[in-house]
Design a protein around this ligand. Structure first.
Ligand SMILES: [Zn+2]
Length: 86
């Protein structure tokens, strides 16, 4: 089973993305603050879960805003189509 991670991981302590790790990534160390992750890449990924989720939420919200604005300007002269703002 392979996991794909599109978002790069950052250190939970300092927020930097520069890591040292052993061959199978079962041990990871931050090069910036020297924090060691004894749980390896999985532990690091867990710390990053919230960050990834937040990024997805932000992008999703922006896309929705853009889409709504576009639709409003496209149909602004129409009497039949109205958009409700939240
Ligand atoms: Zn760090």
């Amino acid at each position: 089973m392979s996991k794909k991670k599109a978002v790069s991981l950052v250190c939970a302590t300092c927020g930097q993305g520069d890591f040292d790790h052993n061959e199978d990534k079962s041990w990871v160390k931050c090069n910036n603050c020297n924090r060691e992750y004894s749980g390896g890449i999985d532990e690091l990924a867990e710390f990053n879960q919230n960050r990834i989720q937040t990024a997805v939420n932000d992008v999703g919200q922006n896309l929705l805003e853009d889409f709504t604005k576009k639709m409003e300007s496209t149909f602004k002269n129409s009497k039949h189509i109205k958009f409700k703002r939240r």
